[in-house]
Design a protein around this ligand. Structure first.
Ligand code: ADP
Ligand code: ADP
Length: 224
């Protein structure tokens, strides 16, 4: 039941940094998997490879047992990514931001779908607002809506609560659980142990480009 299988994944950047040194990892359908590790461990590199933003220098990624590269378009369409940084246009409306993102994946325009996503993320009342008018928490919600616009069933969140205050962090956790309840498989990176503990079914610990531990959170937290 691995929806994504990562085998021997390696990444050496052009400057010689070995960000990943052969990572094996199965992502199970319907789970919330947290990748926990300090800054520089290789978490972002790993999810950026699976999401097609960075090229691996070794190993492979399988989606539903098929080599991801052989079927790049369909694999990529199943995956949504919420990067750490804001990638929205300050002068674009919330509606346009989400609707346009759907188009980028070659999905036909579907206003009802965009409406559903905005309502699910409690952004409907803000649909006409420009991005620059929104609070930080709302902007993060739009980033998630944007990642969901093409209806992926696997969602990657890179440090979803970095630099976010406690209240917003709770909001984010609740939202992630809701998305999972709707059937989305979720992988998130974090450097907060409490966040991994609170959110995830399983936790993978990454250190210096290696997966050093992986397990359900009870067993794993006992080891730490
Ligand atoms: P994390 O997300 O765990 O903080 P990253 O994947 O961002 O880790 O980084 C892993 C390592 O790779 C770090 O040493 C980082 O400096 C390096 N790195 C990341 N991106 C690049 C890049 N584009 N070029 C060179 N080195 C990079
Ligand atoms: P580029 O032309 O940028 O070098 P490639 O044609 O090698 O990219 O790869 C196309 C896409 O596939 C890239 O976005 C990259 O992130 C991804 N990719 C490359 N190698 C692998 C791999 N072994 N497993 C999964 N994805 C990969």
């Amino acid at each position: 039941d691995a929806i994504v299988r990562i085998e021997g994944l390696r990444k050496a950047y052009a400057n010689g940094v070995e960000a990943l040194k052969g990572v094996d990892l199965d992502i199970r359908k319907g789970e919330i998997l947290a990748l926990l590790g300090p800054n520089g461990a290789g978490k972002t590199t790993l999810i950026n490879i699976v999401c097609g933003i960075v090229t691996a220098t070794g190993g492979q990624v399988l989606v539903d047992g098929k080599n991801w590269l052989q079927d790049f378009r369909s694999a990529r369409t199943r995956i949504g990514l919420v990067p750490q940084e804001l990638t929205t246009d300050a002068f674009e409306s919330v509606w346009a931001t989400v609707s346009f993102s759907r188009g980028l994946f070659g999905k036909p325009r579907d206003d009802a779908k965009v409406e559903e996503i905005l309502k699910r993320l409690t952004l409907w009342d803000k649909r006409k607002s420009e991005m620059r008018e929104l609070s930080g928490g709302m902007k993060r919600r739009v980033m998630i809506a944007k990642a969901l616009a093409h209806e992926p069933d696997i969602l990657f969140l890179d440090e979803p609560t970095a630099g976010v205050d406690v209240e917003l962090r709770r909001d984010m956790w609740e939202l992630v659980r809701k998305l999972r309840a709707d059937g989305t498989t979720i992988i998130l990176t974090t450097h907060y142990i409490e966040e991994a503990e609170e959110m995830a079914d399983r936790v993978g610990v990454i250190r210096k480009g290696e997966l050093v531990a992986l397990g359900d959170k009870k067993g794993l937290m006992a080891q730490l």
